[in-house]
Design a protein around this ligand. Structure first.
Ligand code: URA
Length: 431
């Protein structure tokens, strides 16, 4: 088949800082998806985009072309409004687990199409798979039925949703082009728009454990995604939230499920509770439930009941023991003082090396592996006090995990304060 464009011309256009035409974008995404543009050509184009950027119109067209590469879901037949949350990914970010059932308490359908972890950030499906019997893969019909019956579903995104993104993301992962804001924004938003949610609340992470290390970059990413969602008719809001230190006190699959269940039981670490409530309020406001009280639903057991129904609907045994790792080691505080820094990236890499994450897509994760924190920034500590417990089934991993943690802990003189306090740093809405 003769092609209307030459991939080399498209690459040259972006290399020379010109604007790609709609027809060029539509063609390159389609041709790459069907294998008519080579991997090395697409990687050169990705790098040109990373270096030279894209206009708002180019990003919108790129996103539309990725949506058109696959199917679109339709939730319009449901009896309730739909609201979804997406996080750009961080260490100890288990918020989807308590959030989805919590919002569903208020007669909102919450479809959370989630992924597996790659690298130092964990994957929601890996976490839930530590619950005996729980099943991630649902057909579209099963998903819709669960949304109608229970209200909340967390499951694997089907292969039919934005297949161009699946291919592009794998290529970006190995070509140093993940961090391009137009590519991250279009990747996330193509899947969310194709999924068909009415409301989308974005949790854009900022700090060492996130893609975006600075507030300026995170604001630009959030603004780009909010504009894309709004232009596509999805009510979209973004919170910028701190990822300089891990969220909560655990990073690792079963460890994070346990912590999420504590939150659903009305307890749990304050930062996890605060962020869960902040995101829940955004979702409930945007679907027109401003008077809903999510804090009360955590306290009085309604969110827990919804969680149990959601887990049971996917085959999970709510009463089974969660797996624990066979071996543990402790990391001690090196000095007296105030813990002012506990680096998210270092903890994420340590959890990953202990077996909680995977280096290649086909790797199997350990359900019990990870890092448990016993103090968070702001705490006063004493030399020799236990700061972290490392968990793994394979003790030969301890040394490499401890290497990752070298320099992760900063202790200052009594009276010092951590650099950031409070989890929500900013809020971005339609411009
Ligand atoms: N998550 C995605 O789905 N895509 C990206 O590009 C980055 C994070």
């Amino acid at each position: 088949m003769s092609e209307p464009f030459d991939a080399v011309d498209v690459i040259r256009t972006k290399r020379d800082k010109q604007v790609l035409s709609d027809a060029q974008i539509d063609w390159v995404i389609d041709a790459y998806t069907r294998g008519a543009v080579a991997e090395e050509q697409m990687s050169a184009l990705n790098m040109a985009i990373l270096l030279n950027g894209m206009t708002r119109a180019e990003i919108a067209r790129w996103t539309t072309a990725m949506i058109a590469s696959g199917e679109r879901m339709d939730f319009s037949g449901l009896s309730r409004p739909t609201a979804d949350k997406h996080s750009t990914g961080g260490v100890g970010d288990k918020i989807t687990l308590p959030l989805a059932p919590l919002v569903a308490v208020f007669d909102v359908a919450v479809p959370q199409l989630s992924g597996r972890g790659l690298g130092h950030t964990g994957g929601t499906l890996d976490k839930l798979e530590s619950i005996p019997g729980w099943r991630a893969a649902l057909s579209n019909e099963e998903m819709l039925a669960q949304l109608e019956d229970v209200g909340a579903v967390i499951c694997q995104a089907g292969a039919g949703l934005a297949p161009a993104d699946r291919k592009l993301y794998a290529l970006r992962d190995v070509t140093g082009t993940v961090e391009a804001i137009p590519l991250i924004a279009s990747s996330i938003m193509s899947k969310k728009i194709a999924e068909g949610t009415g409301v989308l609340v974005l949790d854009v992470k900022v700090g060492s454990g996130a893609f975006m290390k600075s507030l300026t970059d995170a604001r630009e990413l959030a603004r780009t995604m909010v504009d894309l969602g709004t232009d596509a008719g999805v009510t979209t809001v973004a919170l910028l939230t701190d990822m300089s230190t891990p969220l909560g006190l655990t990073a690792g699959n079963a460890l994070e499920v346990r912590e999420s269940v504590e939150v659903l039981a009305g307890g749990g670490p304050p930062d996890v509770v605060d962020l869960t409530l902040a995101l829940a309020r955004e979702m409930l406001d945007a679907v027109g439930r401003p008077d809903a009280d999510p804090e009360a639903a955590l306290r009085d057991g309604r969110a827990m009941d919804k969680w149990r129904a959601m887990i049971a609907a996917q085959g999970g045994d709510n009463d089974a023991e969660l797996p624990t790792a066979r071996h543990t080691e402790q990391v001690l505080a090196p000095a007296d003082g105030v813990l002012v820094g506990l680096d998210a990236l270092a903890v994420g890499v340590a959890a990953w090396r202990l077996g909680a994450g995977r280096a290649r897509r086909e790797d199997v994760v350990q359900a019990g592996a990870g890092v448990e924190l016993h103090a968070k920034p702001g705490a006063t500590v004493r030399a020799g006090q236990v700061l972290m417990t490392l968990h793994t089934d394979t003790p030969e991993r301890f040394d490499r995990a401890k290497e990752a943690l070298e320099g992760a802990v900063t202790i200052a003189a009594d009276g010092a304060r951590p650099a950031t306090e409070g989890i929500v740093l900013d809020r971005i809405t339609t411009s």
